[in-house]
Design a protein around this ligand. Structure first.
Ligand SMILES: Nc1ncnc2c1ncn2[C@@H]1O[C@H](COP(=O)(O)OP(=O)(O)O)[C@@H](O)[C@H]1O
Ligand SMILES: [Mg+2]
Length: 249
């Protein structure tokens, strides 16, 4: 068995008296998509915010490629190749795809001016690998569809060497065709060996996109299952009853 890309061991964090995440351990392998399921308030976002450095855990250890990783802020997380694709995609609406890919990290010519040609060339290269159908390099981000925006956000992460992607409901606002586009993107990212944590409410989406599903309830981990080994009802039972499939009524 290979070394996990990410190991979250005994993660715990409380807010006031509430144990938002209570002794949760999950791993993620290269080329794997692990779905995080659970009701609102189960602790999914909080767990993932510990990994992305947005929250500091009270207890627990994080290992990246088998070595303990000290992540206490978003910059640390980025240095370990951890990138989050937020549901409300943080794109600059008035500039084009290439400019969005390099937002805040622009390429410059040796005279210090923006090197638009180089940025567009790089944008075409990275997008050519991820989503060859994407052609709208010259248009402002606001004119792009939801799936295309998703492509730009993911390309931005990949361009900066993301190894671990956190996606929060990537298909929630998308129609069937666009959802298919994102599914293909995820497939390509897997092929390139990235690991993905995918938060989703939708059991169908998790069955379709993920290799394994981790179900949380009241801050605790109910269980982790291979999606091919369980039915949607099994997953529902885990979410609602907090029981492993074999023990579910
Ligand atoms: N910054 C915070 N301050 C106080 N409580 C929080 C904070 N973030 C999350 N919580 C609480 O932690 C619990 C888990 O929330 P969350 O991780 O957002 O759940 P999920 O993403 O599964 O819907 C909830 O009870 C929520 O109210
Ligand atoms: Mg959440």
């Amino acid at each position: 068995m290979s070394t996990p890309l990410v190991e979250l061991r005994n993660m715990s964090i409380s807010f006031g008296g509430i144990k938002a995440v209570d002794d949760v351990s999950i791993d993620l392998f290269p080329g794997e998509v692990v779905g995080l399921l659970g009701h609102n308030g189960a602790g999914k976002s909080t767990l993932i915010k510990i990994l992305s450095g947005a929250y500091r855990r009270d207890r627990g250890h994080i290992f990246i490629n088998g070595e303990e990783a000290h992540i206490s802020n978003p910059r640390d997380a980025k240095n370990f190749g951890i990138e989050t694709i937020y549901q409300t995609l943080a794109l600059a609406d008035n500039v084009d795809a290439a400019a969005n890919l390099y937002l805040g990290r622009e390429l410059r010519t040796r005279w210090g001016t923006l090197d638009d040609a180089a940025m567009e060339a790089e944008a075409r290269k990275v997008m050519g690998r991820l989503n060859p159908n994407f052609k709208r390099f010259k248009e402002p981000a606001k004119s792009l569809s939801g799936g295309q925006r998703q492509s730009v956000a993911i390309a931005r992460a990949v361009l900066f060497n993301a190894k671990i992607l956190i996606m929060d409901e990537p298909t929630a606002a998308l129609g069937p065709q666009e959802t298919q586009m994102v599914a293909e993107l995820i497939h390509e990212l897997k092929r390139q060996g990235l690991g993905i944590f995918l938060i989703d409410h939708d059991i169908h989406a998790v069955k379709a996109l993920c290799d394994r599903a981790a179900v949380m309830k009241n801050g605790q981990l109910v269980g982790v299952v291979k999606v091919d080994d369980v039915t949607e009802d099994d997953l529902l039972g885990m979410i609602i009853l907090g029981k492993q499939p074999d023990k579910a009524a």
